[in-house]
Ligand binder design. Structure first.
Ligand code: AMP
Ligand code: ZN
Length: 474
């Protein structure tokens, strides 16, 4: 299995630290709003990497955090006049619903930054003791960037170029730093902000130290893969390496994987630019399996431009697989008995199944080459074409089952659900809506939200209107 490593700028053969095991950390979202489909790209891509590795027999310990203390969360909390934990908890729950609806599996552990402050204080302390960090007069703790020899190795930046680029920081009130390249590990609280006690000041952690600490706690000092969007290479991941390697005196992650941006009109989709669609927005028009198919139709290191046309193409592509499985199910249902002639595979069918194995091999070959999901999907299409050509009312049961299992297995590695479960009956939907209304009346908003999530996961969207609750299928 080959992985492109941002550290070496090359594809490298994947060799895990421990045979058969993978320790993987993916930087998760900052939770102050519903996630947009740019945030969904790393979720879908790295969930697919995890699924493929598991398919190959690896045991994957997959950790992905929620950043639940941040300026944007605090700002939103102040606007709403609530505690910032109310905001972060709300959007963690919403994010989990979106993940479920995109068939992104929950991580082995989803740590939250605010629950890991002790570990952060400990690592900052170690860094101070080892001479890699210092506290300024106001209690801010900085990392002494030049004390870490490998600084710049991930982003392939040169310290002196960075020095030039950062000079302006000196005049923006950060003159208590020894060097403009130094970055914050701990900062003093401002009025109205959440804070924790520390030896340096009442305050809160910097963003980078959070991931170094959560990765260490849940995966250990050395891990196999660290991943995220390419905007995280610098400074976030560069700083994580500096902190972790300076504190632990061990190499941090062996492979660094970064997905390219999801763009819109060739510009990065982002909250701050305002050019975004939330996953929830998309779910009103499309089955989120279509979004997943769309994301995987490009290689994860290529920029992907979002457009209605490409979503339509993705919808057609996805439904071509679904229809093929439906046809197979129809043919299977039409076969009268379980035993007899139709149950065994004929000589000709054996030959055909051998041929079908070739598509599986193609799929694997694409995935082994740095997770080329675009080519992997193309291999599924070839298989679909083959099935459409060779499966008929004259085919035997075992043959049809074998074809179906190949399509479903390959799709499942991509996290694509291609065999539609029974749709929810209207009566079931109405019953859940009634239960939700009752829960809201009883101010049990957690249950009410849970029901909304359950329905969303089954493709039912609720809309609260003045005339009452309306629902529709995605
Ligand atoms: P954030 O909440 O901004 O920290 O982002 C969470 C994750 O989403 C990070 O891995 C980001 O790199 C990634 N991300 C944010 N915007 C995009 C985008 N437009 N395309 C791809 N990945 C993105
Ligand atoms: Zn991170």
């Amino acid at each position: 299995m080959k992985i492109y490593n941002t550290l070496s700028k090359r594809k490298e053969e994947f060799v895990p630290l421990k045979e058969g095991k993978v320790k993987m950390y993916v930087c998760g979202p900052t939770v102050y709003n519903l996630i947009h489909i740019g945030n969904a790209r790393p979720m879908i891509v790295f969930d697919t990497v995890r699924r493929y590795m598991e398919h190959k027999g690896y045991e994957v310990n997959f950790v992905s955090n929620f950043t639940d203390v941040d300026d944007k969360i605090i700002k939103k909390a102040l606007e709403e006049g609530v505690d910032s934990s109310v905001i972060s908890e709300r959007y963690i729950e919403e994010c989990k619903k979106d993940m479920k609806a995109m068939n992104v599996r929950p991580a082995t552990t989803h740590p939250k930054a605010t629950q890991e402050i002790d570990g952060m204080l400990e690592m900052i302390n170690t860094l101070i003791e080892k001479g890699h960090a210092y506290a300024a007069e106001d209690g801010t703790v900085y990392f002494r960037t030049r004390s870490f020899k490998g600084y710049g190795k991930l982003s392939h930046k040169n310290l002196d170029d960075l020095q030039g680029g950062n000079r302006s920081l000196l005049v923006s009130g950060e003159d208590q730093k020894e060097d403009p390249l130094d970055f914050v590990l701990w900062k003093p609280r401002k009025e109205g902000e959440p804070y924790w006690e520390s030896p340096w000041c009442k305050g809160r952690p910097g963003w980078h130290i959070e991931c170094s600490v959560m990765s260490k706690k849940y995966l250990g000092e050395e891990i196999d893969i660290h991943a995220g969007g390419e905007d995280l290479i610098f400074p976030h991941h560069e700083n994580e390496i500096a902190q972790s390697e300076a504190a632990n005196e061990k190499p941090f992650a062996r492979y660094w994987m970064h997905n390219a941006f999801l763009n819109i009109d060739n510009r990065k989709m982002s909250k701050s630019a305002g050019n975004f669609f939330t996953v929830r927005d998309i779910s009103e028009t499309y089955d989120l399996q279509v979004l997943r198919f769309f994301m995987l139709s490009a290689h994860y290191r290529s920029p992907l431009n979002f457009s209605a046309e490409l979503m339509e193409a993705a919808s057609n592509g996805y439904h071509r697989i679904v229809t093929c499985v439906e046809n197979l199910n129809y043919l299977l249902q039409s076969i009268p008995g379980q035993d007899g002639e139709s149950a065994s595979v004929s000589g000709e069918e054996k030959e055909l199944l051998k041929e079908a194995d070739g598509f599986e091999a193609k799929f694997d070959e694409a995935m082994e080459d740095d997770f080329n999901t675009a080519d992997a999907l193309a291999a599924i299409f070839e298989l679909v074409k083959f099935v459409n050509l060779h499966a008929s009312s004259g085919s035997g049961r075992e043959f049809l089952e074998a074809l179906k299992s190949r399509i479903v297995t390959l799709s499942d590695i991509c996290g694509l659900v291609v065999e539609k479960k029974e749709e929810m009956l209207e009566s079931e939907i109405e019953a859940l809506i009634n239960e939700r209304q009752a829960a809201r009346k009883a101010k049990n908003f957690a249950r009410a939200d849970e029901i909304r999530g359950e329905l969303l996961a089954k493709g039912i969207i609720l809309e609260d209107t003045r005339e009452g609750v309306k629902w529709k299928r995605a």
